[in-house]
Every structure is written in C-alpha cells, then in structure tokens.
Design a protein around this ligand. Structure first.
Ligand SMILES: NC(=O)c1ccc[n+]([C@@H]2O[C@H](COP(=O)([O-])OP(=O)(O)OC[C@H]3O[C@@H](n4cnc5c(N)ncnc54)[C@H](OP(=O)(O)O)[C@@H]3O)[C@@H](O)[C@H]2O)c1
Length: 294
C-alpha cells in the first residue's frame, strides 16, 4: 500500500483536490458527489448472518452497497442481482489482491464512505489441542482478511480525506477463552489493530470502529454444540451495529450484560480468571488428542 507521503500533506492535498473539484463542478453537483460518497458501503462477507443483515439495512436506507463472499449462490438467494444499488464480488478475503481489486472497482467513480470488514469464520468444536490447519486458516480469514480490507479502504479514503472503517471482532477477543485459542487470538488481534488505527487515522479524517458482539443467531453459531448465553437475533444485532456506526463509536460491545461480564473477566487477576474458566460447567473445550493423532 502506498501511503508513504506524510499524512499532513496527503490530507492537505485531498482537501485542496476536494475544494477545486467542488469549484469546478458547482455546489449542487458537489453536494451530490459527497452524498454518494458518504452513502456507499462495502461489506466483506455480506451474504449470510450479520453481514447479510447489515447489507439489507443499508440497501433499505438507499445506500450503494457492495458485498463479497466466496459463494455467489448465497448472494443470489438473498438479493436481486439486477438491483442497481447492490453489487456482488465473488472472492476469498484471504486473497489480498482480490480484495483490493473489488473495493477499488466498487468505489469507482464515487468513492467509498464506509467499509465493514465482517467476513469471518469459527469452528463448532471447542478443542483443547488446536487443529492448526484450521487455526492458520482462521488467521488468514479473520485477521489478514480484515487487514486486507482495511488496506484497500485506506487507499481510497486517505486521498478522499474522509471515511469510516469498521471491523467485526467479538467478545471472544477480550480474553483467551478455553477451546477457541485460534478464534480468540484472531479477534483479540483485530481489536488491537482497530484501537491503534482509531488514533493513527483520526487526523486524516478517517474514523475506525471495532464491533464486539456476543452470541448472535447466525449460520456460524447454529453449528455450535454448547450453551450460548444472551443469544441475540441477527436483526437486533444489525440495528445496534448500524446505530453505533452512525455515532462513530470506537467500540460497539453488546449484548450489554454479557459485555460487562466479559470485561470484568478481562481485568481480573489472571490466576482467578483461569480458575473460573476451568470449571466444568463453563469450560466446553474437549480433549481431542486421540482424534488428532489418528
Ligand atoms: N454469530 C456470532 O455469534 C458472532 C459473534 C461475534 C463475532 N462474530 C463475527 O461476525 C462476523 C460474521 O459472522 P456471522 O455469524 O454472520 O457468520 P456467517 O453467518 O457464517 O457469515 C459469514 C460471512 O462471511 C463470508 N465469508 C466467510 N469466509 C470468507 C472468506 N474466506 N472470504 C470471503 N467471505 C467469507 C461468508 O460468505 P461465503 O461463505 O460465501 O464466503 C458469509 O457471508 C465474523 O467475523 C464472526 O467472527 C459473530
């Protein structure tokens, strides 16, 4: 990514560009340009669960929406491909160049107001010994996939001098939870990545939001075999996320009580945290050593 120019000069250049662009177009046309810029959203993983609900919400609001996913049939099952305000990009978010190409294509010619890096994966079986093939795949999708999307968005938004970038992390990122070491690690890393960038990109006119949901009823959690406290419907989750994005919150953590519990766990002395989390009634990780060695 080429962001080697000093940030201040980039922003000044973008403001000068915007000003001269506005003068050359006239006030009304410039207002239309800004409207279309600020009402365009690209959502990674917008064909199922949370991403799908977010895509539907923004589409209803009249926004221009771009979604990506690996399975075009999922998209066709939920959207009219001829709808002028929605575009689908078939890709794997672990492919950096593909993500970049898709976001750039979507942002032509009006720019990009909002990017939501939502695509992610987990595994239903909570295992004590990680399946490292799956863990590495999670790093590619849940962490690098978010970084690739952020990179693509920043290449467009920094010259624009405005934009909002959002990542869907998880309450699982606050602590190292037993049985989901890989998932917790990727989501924790996404939280730190967002926190750093929320400070670094502020003076460039970009705002960064990290979303940390608890259990949401989606195809991803429907595969789980363990209890899911405070399970929330996906339309309610999308409502909370959209409202938080509108307020440009740095962190959107929900459901409220589950969020409080997880945050208390995260500031607890670690010996106490480990003792609590290793009690059989809340530790659902399974001993899969035999399974893996065969
Ligand atoms: N559901 C929850 O309880 C919960 C809680 C906390 C955080 N989250 C996070 O929220 C995000 C969305 O989860 P969800 O519950 O909505 O899951 P979901 O229903 O399984 O949807 C996942 C979406 O991501 C896409 N996707 C997955 N892997 C991809 C890849 N490699 N490349 C491109 N697209 C990919 C899927 O489309 P394709 O299959 O077509 O690729 C689908 O559109 C994830 O990051 C998840 O970790 C979920």
């Amino acid at each position: 990514m080429n962001i080697g120019t000093t940030p201040k000069s980039v922003k000044q250049k973008s403001l000068v560009d915007a000003a001269s662009f506005g003068q050359s177009l006239g006030t009304n046309v410039r207002a239309c340009y800004l409207f279309s810029l600020m009402n365009s959203v690209f959502i990674t993983g917008g064909t199922s669960g949370i991403g799908l609900e977010l895509a539907k919400t923004y589409l209803k609001k009249g926004w221009k929406v771009g979604v990506c996913g690996r399975d075009a049939d999922k998209f066709k099952g939920h959207f009219d491909s001829n709808h002028e305000n929605i575009q689908f990009f078939p890709l794997d978010v672990a492919d950096r160049e593909a993500v970049k190409r898709a976001v750039q294509k979507f942002a032509q010619p009006t720019g990009l107001g909002l990017l939501i890096a939502n695509a992610g994966m987990s595994y239903p079986h909570k295992s004590k010994v990680p399946d490292f093939d799956r863990t590495y795949r999670m790093v590619h999708v849940n962490l690098l996939g978010v970084m690739y999307a952020f990179e693509a968005a920043m290449e467009i938004m920094i010259p624009q001098g405005q934009g909002q970038i959002v990542a869907i992390s998880s309450l699982a990122g606050f602590n190292g939870f037993p049985g989901i070491s890989g998932y917790s690690a990727t989501k924790g890393a996404v939280m730190k990545f967002c926190e750093s960038l929320s400070m670094d990109l502020r003076h460039l006119g970009l705002s960064v939001t990290c979303v940390c949901p608890g259990f949401i009823d989606t195809p991803l959690t429907q595969m789980n075999h363990h209890p899911m406290p405070f399970l929330m419907k996906v339309d309610r989750a999308a409502e909370i996320i959209v409202r938080g994005i509108e307020k440009k919150k740095k962190f959107i953590v929900f459901p409220f009580f589950f969020g409080i519990i997880v945050r208390i766990l995260s500031i607890m002395p670690r010996f106490l945290y480990r003792r609590i989390m290793q009690t059989d009634s809340i530790n659902f990780s399974r001993d899969n050593t035999k399974e893996i060695s065969t």
